[in-house]
Design a binder for this molecule. Sequence first.
Ligand SMILES: Cc1ncc(COP(=O)(O)O)c(C=O)c1O
Length: 364
Amino acid sequence: MLINDLSARIRAHEGAIVAATNRVISSGWLVLGPEVKRFESAFAEYLGAAHCISLANGTDAIELALRAMGVEAGDRVATVANAGMYTTTATLAIGAAPFFIDVDLVTRNTTLFEVDRAITAGVKAVVVTHLYGLATPQIREISQHCAKHGVRLLEDCAQAHGTMIDGQRVGTFGDASSFSFYPTKNLGALGDGGAVVTSNADIADRVSRLRQYGWTDKYRVEFAGARNSRLDEIQAAILLTFLPHLDSANTRRREIAARYSTMIKHTDVLLPEPMGPEYVGHLYVLRSPHRDSLRAHLRTLDIASEVHYPIPDYRQPVFGEQYSHVRLANTEQLVGETLTLPCFPEMTDAQVDEVIAGVNSWRP
Ligand SMILES: Cc1ncc(COP(=O)(O)O)c(C=O)c1O
């Protein structure tokens, strides 16, 4: 069994995908056109934000949002180190430096305490990643704390399309938020895509310049740090066909996660509690002190699993010894314990039960 079967999603929506693609091809307008505009307003409305600026991918979304918020070379940006290095990559691209903050062992997301530590250390901006599809529980308090100290807050929602806290979607708590539409995401295109979402008109305007060479008018460049990072019309049209199904797909993901959390019974496995709308089941990630043995066992049963993520950002080989002084106890513990099980909306109940039986039959 695959960790995520995209061909099942494509089969389920094939007619609509072909119709959307044909509509764009016959229109002859292929980049930044009417489909992009329609998708941007539909997605902003879905989230409850004023602006969505689509981009080529989610890493550009982090970088261009940070630039639009005023982050420059030499600044420091707070980020977790357990989320796959994307924010660190974007930060480095600006010439800024990551300031690594720890996460809570249970939620795997960061905390007000850690954000405060970063603010005290003098960061220019904070990036909060809603990891695995779970809203960072203290996002509201973090947002208020950043505002009080004049520090910009970016929410990275690449794994959290549709997640809600008290009826409010994540991506609307900070100054801006970044999204990825990579195919495996809860809202995924059939290629790369991303977006910045914000209710701040100035940030929105800057991102829309930065995605297209820094132009204010055609061929007139006023903004530094720009690039070409545009969403194409075919991807926008496909995202428009998937968006109306996002909530029901998230509900199905949550059902699968709840079934795992109630039916997996193993003394060497720690499971996330079943959750409500604050979790959209992007990844179902358990913990075990013998994670590698469980992974090997599942492999013998032909069940794929993954480790999200195996290396804390500050231990990536690219840094050499640069961050050898950094120690984040929870991040380091989680790196050795986390294991992701298959969880995608098109999974059948029989497949879910096969995974459950697989884990329960493991003898470490
Ligand atoms: C948490 C997180 N942030 C950022 C990204 C970057 O998105 P992209 O792959 O579209 O650049 C991803 C996914 O790849 C992600 O999971």
